[in-house]
Write a protein that binds this ligand. Structure first.
Ligand SMILES: NC(=O)c1ccc[n+]([C@@H]2O[C@H](COP(=O)([O-])OP(=O)(O)OC[C@H]3O[C@@H](n4cnc5c(N)ncnc54)[C@H](OP(=O)(O)O)[C@@H]3O)[C@@H](O)[C@H]2O)c1
Length: 281
């Protein structure tokens, strides 16, 4: 397993499996297929309402717990010191685990300071091996880092060829925070799998577009967690360690950046909608 070393020396797989899958049966089966394929990092969230299915998949895979790297996230309505402690126990219970490898704040909204203090305690108690955040841009990260004891080990943000986040990538690398891409395949949007430049590069290496994009992430030092409910594609997405993109390929992909996000977390209406949503987690 190819790994990156986090700022607390914990090793994290550089390629994992994302489970933004709402159908419980498909979710469980995909987790089993992914682990059987060789994935060891599984990325879920309380907000995906599928932690129980993920837990069943992990259990049925038969792979030893210590070989796996399980990450979940704290949703907005769970933010705050006390609520985070409760949410953490709830997530563990649903996942049928007694510790987590990575626990992240899902969104930079609500009482994230209270959440972070609770997470620091969970980390010190050995209940989670690393703590991190999602969707924090450098300004919010700097604020969190400046006024707390432990800095995030991981920051998960939207990153793919059309939204490369190069400035944020540099900021995270300069601050020794591991960048992890959500939507690494652009969620299939913008006709990514038929993009002319990517198709040409894929043809040259006798690989698929998906494999080229995942390889591009790895060569940028970005942890990628592609999601699929299709066993063939789950396996295909794992075959990315037997070829290398050239500097020319990497430069060509750089030019695909549109610097636009599919999910504008600086849009006040979107924040209001997410903040007021009644979740039954
Ligand atoms: N922190 C956050 O706010 C946040 C937000 C979004 C996502 N995430 C995490 O990031 C993970 C990945 O992101 P994502 O699920 O949104 O999108 P993604 O992994 O970029 O793309 C998934 C899409 O690509 C398709 N696909 C996968 N492999 C393929 C292949 N080899 N060939 C053709 N199509 C392929 C999938 O279809 P099939 O399933 O039909 O194969 C699905 O439609 C999520 O599952 C979740 O764990 C986090």
């Amino acid at each position: 397993m190819h790994t990156v070393k986090l700022n607390n020396n914990v090793e994290m797989p550089i390629l994992g499996f994302g489970v933004l899958i709402d159908d419980a049966q498909k979710c469980e089966q995909s987790v089993i297929d992914a682990i059987n394929t060789g994935y060891r990092l599984i990325d879920t969230a309380s907000g995906y309402l599928n932690e129980a299915a993920v837990g069943n998949g992990i259990k049925k895979s038969g792979v030893a717990r210590e070989e796996l790297f399980i990450a979940t996230k704290l949703w907005i309505q769970e933010a705050g010191y006390e609520k985070t402690k409760l949410a953490f126990e709830k997530s563990l219970e649903k996942l049928q685990l007694d510790y987590l490898d990575l626990y992240m704040i899902h969104m930079p909204f609500g009482d994230v300071y209270g959440s972070w203090r609770a997470m620091e305690e969970l980390y010190k108690e050995g209940k989670v091996r690393a703590i991190g955040v999602c969707n924090f841009q450098p300004d919010r990260l700097m604020d969190l880092m400046l006024f707390n004891e432990i800095k995030p080990a991981v920051c998960q943000i939207e990153t793919h060829p059309f939204c490369q986040q190069s400035d944020t990538l540099k900021f995270l690398q300069d601050n020794n925070i591991q960048i992890e891409a959500w939507g690494p395949l652009a969620q299939g949007k913008n006709d990514i799998f038929n993009n002319e430049i990517l198709v040409a590069i894929a043809g040259k290496h006798n690989k698929s577009v998906s494999q080229v994009v995942l390889r591009w992430h790895l060569q940028r030092g970005v942890v990628a967690i592609p999601k699929s409910v299709n066993k063939y594609r789950i396996e295909q997405n794992f075959q990315v360690f037997d070829f290398e993109l050239t500097t020319e390929d990497m430069n060509a992909i750089t030019h695909l950046d549109t610097k636009t996000t599919s999910f504008d977390l600086r849009n006040p209406e979107l924040i209001k909608m997410m903040g007021k949503f009644k979740y039954d987690i």
